[in-house]
Ligand binder design. Structure first.
Ligand code: C5P
Length: 398
């Protein structure tokens, strides 16, 4: 991890913590500019490792040549924040600083996270450098918009550590879904009763979101169609928020022809009120009766229109012993390539949980159990299985 001399240098400490939390072994390089903002001791204390500075570059100790040793050590490099002058030195191949020299000496993928004043970011010199660096396969995560430390407003802020960590993870992940377009639905739908009330369910959207993230990490282009979610959606996922089953039906129908894979992880309401009352329904009668009508079965309808090369995945929330039978029935009835079933009678799986245990039923007859694990891991394993069982369909040209 390289830190250069911008005000966002303090955020690099939080990034280091996060990378360590997910199991990374991090070595830090501070440029001279960074040292003016934050002390090497901060990073040394957090990483429990020696932090390398310009002094180590100029006077290597004990035969350890920092830029070549660190270049060999790293499986990935992140520079956060990356200043305009650092980007200029890297673009011009000026290896006088320890960080530029290390990056020039490494074969590892490099993520650059520029942060600077908005006018600097929009300056043609920076723009040209960024374009050049991108053309050399450096990954550049553009700064976020908002209020800057200098008081100006616009793009220039260093993105949050979570976002940087996700981009870094993508550099390390297999790109086996590169070039694939994936449509994922997630979360509940809301069916309005009146202006303020609705029928919904306990879906959190976490499983759908974990799948969307896994596909993105593995190189796919992801579109997330989602009902109201309590979890934050990362900015790298394109999204279409919807409320009702009918709205989700329209959006999925519109987007389905253009995608390679559809994963319907949303808990779509099966019934919706026939009539939505205008305003707020008054409390009068002792009993109140609603008539509900069936919503369109989005999955069954789009799957019937599947063209060669398209893969459709459904989810099923089932209870106990009936799970396999019901899942196999739905797999057939809805013409799916895969159905992912989970048992909602268990408290650690299914709705509103962080973990899941699922059963995969493929159209080719293959059946698989993925034991209890965090939803992120389950998502990753679903992608592995999908590639293994349906790789042929996915690589076939439509
Ligand atoms: O038949 P059941 O509702 O159990 O099937 C669940 C699967 O069907 C899920 O993948 C869900 O997203 C999808 N579904 C749908 N439209 C509905 C109801 C469910 O696409 N109206």
């Amino acid at each position: 991890m390289g830190v250069t001399g911008g005000i966002a240098a303090y955020k690099a400490a939080a990034l280091l913590r996060l990378l360590q939390k997910v199991g990374a072994n991090v070595r830090v390089i501070l440029t001279e500019g960074a040292e003016a903002f934050i002390s090497p001791l901060t990073f040394e204390a957090l990483s429990q490792e020696k932090v390398f500075t310009q002094a180590d570059f100029l006077k290597p100790q004990g035969g350890f040549i920092p830029h070549t040793e660190l270049a060999r050590f790293a499986e990935a490099v992140v520079v956060a924040p990356a200043t305009a002058s650092f980007l200029a030195s890297l673009t011009s191949g000026d290896a006088q600083s320890i960080l530029v020299a290390t990056i020039m000496a490494t074969k590892a993928p490099v993520l650059l996270c520029p942060a600077m004043n908005v006018n600097m970011w929009e300056h043609p010199a920076v723009k040209e450098n960024i374009a050049k660096l991108r053309s050399w396969s450096y990954e550049v995560l553009a700064p976020c918009g908002g209020e800057l430390a200098c008081g100006d407003v616009g793009p220039g802020r260093l993105p949050e550590p979570e976002l940087i960590a996700d981009f870094l993870a993508r550099l390390l992940a297999p790109a086996d879904y590169q070039g694939k377009k994936v449509l994922i639905t997630a979360g509940p739908t809301r069916e309005p009763i009146d202006a303020v009330r609705f029928i919904s369910n306990r879906s959190s959207g976490k499983m759908g979101l974990a799948l969307a993230k896994a596909f993105w990490l593995r190189g796919a282009e992801v579109m997330l169609v989602h009902g109201p979610l309590s979890v934050k959606i990362p900015s790298y996922l394109s999204q279409r928020p919807v409320e009702t089953a009918q709205e989700m039906y329209q959006v999925v129908n519109e987007l389905f022809p253009g995608v390679d894979i559809l994963v319907m992880a949303a808990a779509v309401a099966d019934y919706t009120p026939v009539k939505t009352f205008s305003g707020k329904l008054k409390k009068k009668e002792k009993e109140l009766v609603f008539t509900l009508k069936k919503t369109p079965d989005i999955l069954a309808e789009v799957s019937a229109k599947k063209r060669p090369g398209q893969v459709v995945v459904g989810f099923a929330a089932e209870e106990g012993e009936k799970l396999p039978e019901e899942a196999r029935r739905k797999l057939k009835a809805k013409h799916l390539d895969l159905i992912v079933a989970n048992d909602i009678t268990r408290c650690e799986t299914g709705f509103e949980t962080e973990t899941n245990e699922v059963f995969l039923f493929f159209a080719n007859g293959k059946e698989l159990k993925l034991p209890l694990a965090p939803k992120e891991k389950i998502a990753w394993q679903i992608l592995d299985a999908l590639k293994e069982q349906l790789g042929e369909i996915l690589s076939a040209k439509a």
